[in-house]
Design a binder for this molecule. Structure first.
Ligand code: BDR
Ligand code: CA
Length: 315
């Protein structure tokens, strides 16, 4: 199984992703590192241990950074994920202690313990990842891969017309992460908005796995309301499991059509958090020369990925 660390801000789709990873025989989750984003960082850490408790998984959970690299405290996304980050279903929170190491320290320690073996999957703002690069520049050679749910290569954003939430929450950190020469893969809105989950699908998840699927089904009710009423203005209640798709990539990259290219992140007020993707086969302006090559997912096999989630929850 692939050794992974999940950097997360739980979050309803984070919960879906984390349970999926716990269920998968192809993934070995070495720890969860928390970051602010959907919720404040202390709540993110507490929610992450709670998810471990529910799944009866005893792994380290660390607290990470609570503020963006530059600028004031972020606004959080309680209107998307509920006051508790779990669609206001208010599960009993775990009182298990949080690992004393910071998220960044845990990522560095674990990468050194298993050089070349660990894939870091980031499904929240990229603040901890920027800190990892600052604390241990050698990290770029120690990780097997870095997979990010964030950004948009060829489609609009979801917070502003140009910015996706995880990048918009900390574009300065994202800029550092996208400028580093490490094996980076981006799973962005291009593919995560391509697959929606309706009530029938959510109900089936609960049926095949009453404990974990049942949690996701319940938590996703608030989330699906947000998407239908606020975001899409439609009657059908569907939701999107953005974060789980980054985990699916680690298990089976053939689910996606990938394209190599270079990414830049804008930090100026007008385009705050915009990701711009320049495919390698297109002409690029000189200021892109230094940017490292990475890859982005542009298409996904909807049927197969939905089946992978369902089959894995059913295990
Ligand atoms: C991303 O933003 C968060 O609200 C979700 O958890 C996901 O990580 C989607 O844009
Ligand atoms: Ca998330």
């Amino acid at each position: 199984a692939e050794k992974i660390i999940i950097d997360t801000d739980p979050g309803i789709d984070d919960a879906m992703a984390i349970f999926f990873a716990f269920q998968s025989p192809d993934l070995d989750v070495l720890g969860l590192t928390s970051v602010f984003g959907n919720v404040p960082v202390k709540m993110a850490a507490r929610n992450a241990v709670t998810l471990c408790d529910i799944a009866e998984k005893d792994i380290p959970v660390c607290e990470g950074l609570g503020l963006p690299w530059v600028g004031p405290e972020s606004g959080y996304a309680h209107f998307v994920h509920g006051d508790d980050g779990f669609g206001n279903i208010h599960p009993k929170l775990s009182d298990k202690p949080i690992d004393p190491r910071s998220s960044a320290q845990f990522i560095i320690d674990t990468a050194k313990q298993y050089p070349g073996e660990v894939t870091l999957v980031a499904i929240g703002p990229l603040t901890n990842l920027a800190m990892v690069l600052k604390m241990e520049p050698e990290i770029t050679k120690l990780l097997k891969g870095v997979v990010i749910m964030g950004g948009a290569a060829q489609v609009p954003g979801n917070v502003t017309p140009v910015a996706e939430a995880n990048i918009w929450n900390d574009p300065h950190a994202a800029d550092i992460v996208f400028s580093a020469d490490w094996p980076l893969t981006m799973i962005g809105l291009d593919v995560t908005y391509a697959v929606s989950y309706n009530q029938e699908y959510l109900g089936k998840l609960a049926e095949v796995n009453p404990k974990l699927g049942g949690f996701v089904h319940q938590a996703a009710q608030f989330y699906a309301k947000f998407y239908s009423e606020v975001f899409q203005n439609s009657d059908e209640e569907v939701c999107y499991f953005h974060d789980a798709m980054a985990l699916a990539y680690v298990i089976d990259p053939t689910l996606f059509d990938m394209k190599q290219g270079k990414f830049r992140v804008a930090t100026d007020p007008l385009c705050y958090g915009q990701t711009t993707f320049a495919p390698l086969d297109k002409m690029m302006s000189p200021q892109w020369e230094d940017a490292p090559v990475m890859q982005a997912a542009l298409k996904v096999d909807e049927e197969r990925i939905k089946k992978l989630f369902m089959d894995t929850y059913a295990l």
